[in-house]
Write a protein that binds this ligand. Structure first.
Ligand SMILES: N[C@H](CCC[C@H](N)C(=O)O)C(=O)O
Length: 265
């Protein structure tokens, strides 16, 4: 047995166990340990776990695991939380360049604590498939526009699960975002997300709302797009290129430290 110190962060209700692993002691291949730490009944409880590690070319590296214990792809809410955490432990001040699973990211923390996180460019045309618009914003996302006034009643767990485990997506999995467009322009786009790797609905998904904003821009939404998740509000700014690509994508929102602790592992 040994003692692991951790911090707990959340960004619009997407919550993470954060470990300062600058000494590189954490065994990233120990899926069972990560799963235990994310377990809401037996462990700390979170949608994912993030290691803050040092990197020779960047301010730090973010290593993100889903709650199932396996390395995930990019996590937008987790990215904002890691930036806030890096400042808390003194690795950065208000601006940074760091590395994540999908490559380098820049970020800036405002005076009010809002973290603006630059996402990777999304190149090429959006793929419109039978199940919705499919795009990769660092993680794979399906965007499904719902009829008006149906989002609140939707069973995101069962509808999302049915798609995630169907023939098309079973092998690699996908995150699925169910979206309701604003009735009046200027109001937020409402989003509920089924997350791969958590295999459940989460309160918010950063790469998910980014995918929604880009897909919504093809339906008249203009940058910055205001999005509302069950866990809170986020903004996504971008430049839409004539060839269908998106550049200068920024995900903006809060990142909050909730508590610190230690656990026997
Ligand atoms: N919650 C995350 C998404 C994690 C993606 C993960 N579920 C995967 O597909 O590996 C976010 O805020 O972007």
């Amino acid at each position: 047995m040994s003692t692991l110190s951790f911090y707990k962060y959340q960004g619009t209700g997407n919550d993470f166990v954060m470990v300062d692993d600058r000494s590189q002691q954490f065994d990233a291949s120990n899926h069972q340990l990560v799963r235990f730490l994310c377990d809401r009944r037996r462990g700390i409880g979170a949608d994912g776990l993030i290691l803050l590690r040092l990197h020779p070319q960047y301010d730090f590296e973010m290593v993100y695991f889903n709650a199932d214990g396996y390395l995930g792809s990019m996590c937008g809410n987790g990215g904002r939380c890691t930036v806030a955490f890096a400042r808390q432990v003194g690795v950065i001040e208000n601006e940074t360049k760091f590395l994540a699973a999908d490559g380098p990211h820049e970020a800036r923390i405002d005076a009010d604590g809002t973290v603006h996180l630059r996402m990777q460019d999304v190149l090429g045309q959006q793929e419109v498939e039978e199940y919705g618009v499919f795009l990769d914003t660092g993680s794979p996302h399906l965007v499904r526009f719902q009829p008006m006034s149906t989002l609140a009643e939707l069973n995101v767990y069962s509808e999302g699960r049915a798609i995630r485990y169907n023939e098309r997506f079973r092998e690699k999995g996908t995150n699925i975002n169910f979206v309701e467009a604003p009735v009046v322009p200027g109001q937020p786009w409402q989003v509920r997300t089924y997350e791969r790797g958590v295999e459940d609905e989460t309160l918010s998904c950063g790469t998910g709302v980014t995918a929604v904003a880009l897909a919504a821009s093809r339906r008249g939404a203009t940058s910055p797009v205001h999005l509302r998740t069950p866990g809170g509000d986020l903004r996504v700014a971008f430049d839409a290129k004539p060839d269908g690509s998106f550049t200068n994508i920024f995900l903006s929102g809060p990142a909050t430290r909730v508590f610190d602790g230690s656990i026997e592992v």
